[in-house]
Design a protein around this ligand. Structure first.
Ligand SMILES: Nc1ncnc2c1ncn2[C@@H]1O[C@H](COP(=O)(O)OP(=O)(O)OP(=O)(O)O)[C@@H](O)[C@H]1O
Length: 307
């Protein structure tokens, strides 16, 4: 129930392939859609919410295609990434307008209920233009909840939101997930996704790169080969360290840097982190610095897709 399925789904814009043959299933509970900027997250969410038709493949809700399916639209709530452009409306007016558009039986009551859920009843008489970033996210969430959707899709809901509001939003999502709704939110930050999502789907360059719980994804990301610079106390120490480290099973390559320090390629970080202090001590080397050299999220992601 309330399961979104993508089968070999692609979406292209002219000759740009934004989503490339993705198959995945999103069921009840919270799923994090993780990927760097431009990975295709917004396009995927637009496909799942029926805003875009797939160029190839199928996107279904409980077996029924979502595109142009009014029934599915009644089941899905969407919190888009873009800001509410009606800053001159009060929060209440905005949420009410959405309740009316959804055609719910009692739009006034539905709007109030949604404002209550996101804890915005009191500021609801103020214009949205006066809201903080976190409040603007919450008013979008309220408007997505007016028809009590069983499926909730949120595009980068934590972007630019301050830590306190972020916690509030996370708790809200947790509650929605615990109620048995299917909740999917996108993010480019692993830590953010880890904190709330039961299941994580990673997309990179329009492709489905990995899938699993946060333990599995974290392991994939930390167990990849990583480059470090280790700096000892002087050139002789660097040399001693280099020759000692190459004997370690977690080390794949070492080379001395002309400017000082040793470049070390590590296949398994956990083991290396435990062994480095031991090796340094055994060889009388003082380690002054240990720095990862390719820790950018992009390098992590490109490793996951084998790039
Ligand atoms: N309307 C469009 N026309 C042409 N190309 C587009 C269009 N929308 C998105 N793209 C391209 O498709 C790819 C995926 O974009 P998408 O917005 O889905 O990624 P994203 O993961 O949501 O990224 P971001 O977090 O930066 O929004 C990008 O290369 C983007 O430039």
């Amino acid at each position: 129930m309330n399961t979104i399925t993508l089968e070999e789904t692609s979406r292209w814009y002219g000759n740009v392939v934004a989503v490339n043959g993705i198959s995945m299933t999103i069921g009840p509970g919270i799923t994090g859609l993780l990927g760097p900027n431009g990975a295709g997250k917004t396009t995927l969410i637009a496909l799942m919410s029926g805003f875009l038709s797939p160029s190839a493949g199928r996107v279904t809700l409980d077996g029924q295609p979502i595109w142009r399916n009014t029934e599915a639209y009644r089941t899905i709530g969407l919190v888009p990434e873009r800001e509410v452009s009606f800053g001159y409306l009060t929060g209440r007016q905005f949420v009410l307008a959405n309740a009316e558009l959804q055609g719910v039986p009692d739009p006034g009551a539905a709007g109030e209920r949604a404002l209550e859920i996101v804890d915005l009843v009191e500021p609801a008489q103020r214009r949205i233009a006066t809201y903080s970033k976190g409040m603007r996210q919450r008013v979008k969430l309220a408007s997505a909840l007016v028809h009590d959707p069983a499926v909730l899709l949120l595009d980068e809901p934590f972007n630019g939101v301050d830590p306190r509001q972020r916690l509030h939003l996370m708790n809200l999502l947790r509650r929605m997930g615990a109620e048995g709704r299917t909740v999917l939110f996108s993010s480019h930050i692993l830590e953010e996704v880890e904190q709330v999502a039961r299941q994580i789907e990673v997309v990179v360059s329009g492709r489905h790169a990995a899938s699993g719980d946060f333990g599995q994804i974290r392991r994939l990301m930390t167990d990849r080969p990583v480059q470090y610079v280790v700096v000892g106390d002087g050139a002789a120490q660097d040399r001693a360290l280099a020759s000692a480290l190459i004997a370690e099973t977690s080390v794949v390559a070492v080379s001395l840097r002309p400017q000082g320090g040793v470049d070390v390629s590590v296949s398994e970080f956990g083991d290396f982190a435990q062994r480095l202090p031991v090796v340094a001590r055994d060889h009388g080397v003082r380690v002054l610095e240990l720095t990862p050299t390719d820790e950018s999220l992009e390098s992590v992601f490109s490793y996951l897709v084998g790039g």
